[in-house]
Design a protein around this ligand. Structure first.
Ligand code: 15L
Length: 266
């Protein structure tokens, strides 16, 4: 059992899910966000900080033997926003980990948008080249690189999870391939903290979807077996969501709509 698990972005959709379900993993859960965490339960500590604030982030990380980093900018945005949260913010987090009195194991919420410009006709694994589909995707590639460097140089273990579409249920045709159920996400995080030697793997965060595009055989040693399958929602989606045409980015690329976004200026 972990002594202290930090969940960043704990007020976000996935952070809140982790807050609700990861209690059995640690004696104490430290929750980080800029605002909106409500009352702390007896096993919780609340820390408000901006990821761009180095001193505050290092203090937040100190003493945590596990980190689930869900914080940061989660969709495409102007560069300043991405740089503060996902570039400077992630560097601050890893510097906190390097300087901490305990070496944490980290789950980094990377994204499918690190490989978003690969065509959906290709199946990808951890060795496939990155192919980001926007500034947000580039920041996730940066994060994976940072994790790799802190592993090689300082022995800090990170699982970079390229999360697909993590929602209560898949809600469009692309998500029939990219969906990750909340329960499979939680099961994955538990496996990441329980495996004796983690290393620094890339893991595709998708459920056991019949229409899946990603191959996780390289990380079989983690013992994660996703159980949910987006196929159960196919009929509902076919009946309620128009199918994108074959030349629509939604149907062409792993990253879907993100591939069609322009650079966001302020
Ligand atoms: C992501 O990385 C986003 O954080 C999320 O909002 C979804 O857009 C998801 O990817 C997706 O590709 O469905």
């Amino acid at each position: 059992m972990l002594k202290k698990l930090l969940i960043t972005g704990a007020n976000g959709q996935l952070g809140a899910e982790c807050r609700a379900k990861l209690k059995p993993l640690a004696e104490t859960i430290r929750l980080g966000a800029r605002h909106g965490l409500g009352e702390a339960a007896p096993h919780e500590e609340i820390v408000y900080c901006d990821l761009g604030d180095k001193v505050a982030v290092e203090a937040m990380v100190e003493g945590c033997d596990g980190i689930v980093h869900m914080g940061g900018q989660a969709i495409e945005a102007p560069w300043d926003t991405i740089r503060n949260a996902n570039i400077d913010g992630l560097f601050n987090l890893y510097e906190g980990a390097r300087k901490s009195s305990v070496k944490p194991r980290i789950v980094f919420a990377s994204s499918n948008h690190a490989i978003g410009f690969h065509r959906q006709t290709e199946r990808l694994d951890a060795k496939s080249p990155t192919r980001p589909d926007g500034l947000y995707g580039v920041s996730k590639v940066f994060g994976e690189g940072l994790a790799s460097m802190y592993h090689d140089k300082f022995g800090i273990e990170t699982a970079s999870v390229r999360i697909g579409s993590c929602t209560p249920e898949p809600d469009n045709h692309r998500a029939l391939s990219t969906w990750l159920s909340y329960d499979d996400l939680i099961r994955l995080i538990v496996c990441i903290f329980n495996v004796p030697r983690l290393g620094c793997p890339i893991i595709y965060g998708a459920s056991n979807n019949d229409a899946g595009l990603w191959d996780n055989r390289e990380v079989g040693y983690i013992g994660w077996q996703p159980r949910d399958n987006a196929e159960a929602f196919r009929e509902k989606i076919e009946a309620s969501v128009p199918r994108p045409s074959g030349d629509d980015v939604l149907a062409l690329y792993h990253g879907g709509a993100f591939c069609g976004h322009d650079i966001h200026e302020d």
